[in-house]
Design a protein around this ligand. Structure first.
Ligand code: FE2
Ligand code: FE2
Length: 271
């Protein structure tokens, strides 16, 4: 028998997909508990990343990804849930006395490099029918990084209302991760697909938020969330999980990025 695999149950996911219930949290209690300034800065950045999901969706929609009915159905619920993550984090920041304020349209903030990348993505996708495998792999890495980051944030900030909110968000992110990961696992079984996907991830991967957040913000967040022993262990688990995908056994992701830009624990990097 083939090794037992847990399948992603798309019907159950769609049936259960819910926005964060903004009326379910004790916003009035938020200012009654201390909130570290590092957590505020991290939340602002993560809120902005969630808000930018729609930009990521645009580059996905320009590819063959939506030719697959399962992927298309998933993406509809996914973007809805991510949008509410952004709204819920904004609500929390406002309750904490740090409102995010008016912002530029996401398109206006988008650097040219990202827009060129989106066009290139669409071109490669047309030329290469298996491009969806890259997007699914990319999605799996992003979702796992995000959910790991939220778990670390909850542990470090120790704010009861934030912890409760992040529990719901982490649950959503773990379902997102599972969808992308299963899709990637299946699509990467073909060695040629795995080889090209690996080459593209090696060349273009950078942590979620890169390109839409200033590098300094990402380095700050990475230091806050992942630079201590527990954080580094969590970052390693992300990398190890992705290395179990076909063709990705030696891929260098978060830990290598941390060593390069955040200084890691072995002091190669620079601050
Ligand atoms: Fe999210
Ligand atoms: Fe997500």
């Amino acid at each position: 028998m083939a090794r037992p695999m847990v399948e992603f149950d798309l019907d159950a996911y769609v049936g259960r997909s819910r926005a964060v219930d903004l009326s379910a949290y004790a916003w009035d209690d938020v200012p009654r508990h201390p909130l570290p300034m590092e957590a505020v800065r991290t939340l602002r950045c993560m809120q902005d990343i969630e808000f930018h999901t729609i930009i990521y969706l645009r580059s996905l929609l320009a590819t063959r990804a939506i030719d697959d009915p399962e992927v298309a159905t998933f993406l509809a619920c996914w973007v809805y849930e991510e949008t509410f993550h952004g709204l819920a984090l904004a609500r929390f920041l406002e309750a904490a006395g740090h409102p995010v304020g008016a912002r530029a349209l996401p398109r206006g903030q988008e650097p040219w490099s990202k827009r060129i990348e989106a066009v290139a993505t669409a071109m490669v996708s047309r030329a290469w029918p298996d491009f969806c495998a890259v997007h699914m792999t990319w999605g799996a890495i992003n979702e796992l990084t995000t959910l790991t980051g939220y778990r670390r944030l909850a542990a470090l900030a120790r704010h009861p209302v934030l912890t409760e909110l992040l529990e719901k968000i982490v649950l959503d992110e773990s379902r997102h991760f599972f969808f992308y990961y299963r899709q990637a696992e299946i699509r990467l079984r073909r060695p040629t697909v795995a080889r090209v996907a690996r080459r593209l991830v090696d060349t273009f991967w950078a942590p979620v938020g890169s390109g839409v957040q200033p590098r300094g913000e990402l380095e700050f967040i990475a230091t806050y969330l992942f630079a201590d022993a527990d954080g580094l262990a969590a970052a390693r688990r992300v990398d190890e999980t992705i290395r179990r995908l076909p063709g990705f056994s030696t891929v260098q992701l978060l830990e290598a990025w941390m060593n390069r830009y955040v200084g890691g624990r072995n002091g190669h990097g620079h601050h």
